[in-house]
Design a protein around this ligand. Structure first.
Ligand SMILES: C[S@@+](CC[C@H](N)C(=O)[O-])C[C@H]1O[C@@H](n2cnc3c(N)ncnc32)[C@H](O)[C@@H]1O
Length: 268
C-alpha cells in the first residue's frame, strides 16, 4: 500500500510541477543519481488525465541500494518498446501482469508461490519499486520483471497483444471525489486495452475495497464486449487463493469493511 492510498489528491502540488517533461529512462536516472540526490521519476508519456500522482516519496537507503544493485536484473523500460517475454525470462511460461503493485507485497508472494509462472509488475511510485526489487533480490526471485512507469503507456507500447494469462488490478486508487472519478484507471477504453493484451481464456482480475468503485467496475466490465464474468452476470467472485490478503485488507476486514473481487475472462 502506498503512503496515502485513499486520497491521492493530497500530493497534487508535487504532481502539477512534474507533469510536463518526459523523464529520462530509469536506468539513466539511476546512473546519474547520487546518495544525496536520489530523486527518481517514473517513465511516462505526457497525457492530460492520469490515474496517479507523482509523489515526492522519500526512499530509504535500502531502496536506493536496490536500484543500484537490482534494477539491471529486474527493471524494464517503457522506452525500450516491445517486451520479449521469452528473451527476458529465458523461458516460455504463463504470464501474469500486475498494475499498481504498491509496495509489492502481494506480487512478491505470488511470484514465490507460483514459480511456474512469470510476473511483470508496473508501478509509478519509486519507493514501492525499490522495496519490491530489494526483497526480490534478497530472495533470488527469477520470475519477476518490473516497470517503473505509467501502466497505460506500458500496455500500449510494450506488451504484445494476446500474451497475458492474467492481468491484476488490485485496490486501484479510488479517486473518491466525483470530479476526480475520471482519473480512475478502469474506464471502458482501458477494459478494451486489457482485453487485447489477454490470451483467449485469460483473466482480468480486479479487486477493490471501495464500494462505489466496485459498482463502477461491475458496470464497466459487464458492458465491455468480449468478456465473460466468471461468477455469472453481475456477480462478484470469491477471492481466489492465489491473491494474498494484504495487511491493509486485514485491517479493513477487522473494521468490517468489504472487499470485492471481479474475475472477467476473455471470450475469443
Ligand atoms: C491504492 S494503491 C494500491 C497498491 C497495491 N495494489 C495494494 O493493494 O496495496 C494504487 C497504486 O497504483 C499505482 N498506480 C496508479 N495508477 C498507475 C498507473 N497508471 N501506472 C502504474 N501504477 C499506477 C499507484 O502509484 C499506487 O501505488
Amino acid at each position: 500500500m502506498t503512503d496515502s492510498p485513499n486520497d491521492p489528491s493530497v500530493d497534487s502540488a508535487v504532481d502539477k510541477s512534474t507533469v510536463m517533461a518526459v523523464p529520462a529512462s530509469v536506468s539513466e536516472q539511476v546512473a546519474n543519481a547520487s546518495d544525496d540526490n536520489f530523486a527518481l521519476r517514473p517513465e511516462y508519456k505526457p497525457k492530460s488525465i492520469r490515474s496517479y500522482v507523482i509523489r515526492a516519496g522519500r526512499m530509504t537507503q535500502g531502496q536506493k541500494k536496490a536500484f543500484l544493485s537490482y534494477w539491471p536484473k529486474y527493471g524494464a523500460s517503457l522506452f525500450d518498446g516491445e517486451f520479449d517475454l521469452i528473451e527476458r525470462f529465458g523461458r516460455e511460461a504463463p504470464t501474469v501482469l500486475e498494475i499498481g503493485f504498491g509496495m509489492g507485497a502481494s506480487l512478491l508472494t505470488m511470484a514465490e508461490q507460483e514459480p511456474e509462472k512469470d510476473f511483470i509488475g508496473i508501478e509509478v511510485h519509486p519507493p514501492g519499486v525499490g522495496h519490491l526489487i530489494n526483497e526480490a533480490g534478497a530472495k533470488h526471485i527469477t520470475n519477476l520483471k518490473v516497470y517503473m512507469a505509467d501502466a497505460i503507456d506500458v500496455l500500449d507500447d510494450c506488451i504484445l497483444d494476446g500474451s497475458l494469462d492474467r492481468l491484476q488490478l488490485y485496490f486501484p486508487d479510488p479517486w473518491h471525489k466525483k470530479k476526480h472519478n475520471k482519473r480512475r484507471i478502469l474506464q471502458p477504453e482501458f477494459a478494451q486495452t486489457v482485453l487485447k493484451k489477454l490470451k483467449v481464456g485469460g483473466v482480468f482480475h480486479l479487486a477493490t475495497d471501495w464500494e462505489h468503485y466496485a459498482d463502477q467496475m461491475m458496470e464497466v466490465m459487464s458492458a465491455a464486449p468480449g468478456y465473460d464474468n466468471k461468477a455469472g452476470e453481475y456477480h462478484y467472485s470469491a477471492r481466489p487463493d492465489y491473491r494474498p490478503i494484504t495487511k491493509f485488507e486485514m485491517r479493513g476486514e477487522r473494521l468490517g469493511h468489504g472487499v470485492w473481487d471481479l474475475l472477467f475472462e476473455r471470450q475469443n
